[in-house]
Design a protein around this ligand. Sequence first.
Ligand code: GDP
Length: 483
Amino acid sequence: YEELIDEARLTALTLLDRAEDLTSPTLRLGITGLSRSGKTVFTTALIHALTRGGRLPVFRAMHEGRIAGATLEPQPDDNVPRFDYEGHLSALVDERRWPESTRRISELRLAIDYAPARGGRRALTLDIVDYPGEWLLDLPLLDRSYADFAADSLRLARDPARRDLAAPFLAALADTDPEAPADEALARRLAELFTDYLAACRAEAVAMSLLPPGRFLMPGDLEGSPALTFAPIDLSGDGDPPAGSLAAMMQRRYESYKDRIVRPFFRDHFARLDRQIVLIDVLAALNAGPAALSDLEAALDGILAAFRVGRNSWLGALFRHRIGRVLFAATKADHLHHTSHDPLEAILRRLVERALSRAEGAGAQIDVVALAAVRATREAQVRRGRVHLPAIVGVPEAGQYGADEFDGLAEAAVFPGDLPENPSALFDPSLGFKGLSDAQGGDFRFLRFRPPVVERNGEGQALPLPHIRLDRALEFLIGDRLR
Ligand code: GDP
């Protein structure tokens, strides 16, 4: 019944969207990725590039001078927060610090005034929707019962890789009788311990992705709300837990998490996207080693699963027609020498292809790119004895490594090491992933750099931000709609 209502609602929304697209062409672009992958920085840089231009040779409409202007407009959805573009840009260019990361969904509308190649004048409305990638990983919960969810989660928590991090939660669970009367304080305590365990897995890089429920790590505005106050507990027997018991309370809250939070997000936001960019911190995974790479691959599987939402599921056929293009982007490429940009892209391509080969066709056009939305470094040759080594130079952020070793340094040079030319070097056919050899450089991001100095025009506005391959991303994501 609920699914029918959802389907009707989604149909209505889709028809409205299409009608809007006919009268005034509109494109909904989703920007996602796991926490710290670079969504806020990318979204800010993208809006800046569209509104202020820049060196974007591959973005044809801009390069050919056919974009007359792009302006910020009031967004269409009143109940979604606005992406704080001005605040984020000011952090980047005025304070030279990285902006606050994405913690919830936000939206911004741009009106792009352009001249099609065949002449005349047109407008394209671009709705940008920035949301945490963690939320996508909740999709599989929609057709899983509480009993299944609890069994899966507890199996993972008891896995040797995670058992230690889960110890406080598992200990509390061992003291809990699922059939005892429902108790709010106890439910809250278990939910907290379970959330701490998920956060610890993330922090220790034991797992970055397979940690549903997604809202436990990225609650958005729902922190502390009852729909998030549940945890997996062992259920005895097959039937429903006895009425009034703790287990029944957990089960009810899990169902309301699905109905009130997960489903509306997919129906009202995700299912209406036309284009999507998925940002991935591939360098962080490479640094963290083979386990993190396998985990990243599992996350990609999960994300692709969201894009090919099953035929017989409630998002069904409508959605399958909708999303036209998906771009997977490895971010922070400015931590590498440019000779490693193509290899980084090749590694990501291999990861995505492996995930695609397991998926039944995603039905969308897919591409990959290695980029830096805001380039914080420049390249230099540094002499070591008689050899000149390619280096990356930037201003280190203060407060790294506890010691103030890098504080106040005007610039520091790092030798980032090379990524393997051929991504196969990372993929062992029988064992999965191999680590990078030490010869290739152990750590590609050991230093965090401050955002670059940005020049200003006569009116004090920031001139275009330096970037790497942002124009390629723009061309793939919206270029065809500006021809
Ligand atoms: P979000 O959680 O996905 O919104 O991630 P952010 O956009 O806040 O980025 C997280 C952090 O990654 C930032 O604070 C920066 O330190 C770093 N970062 C993101 N994009 C870039 C980039 O293009 N270049 C560099 N050097 N660092 C970046």
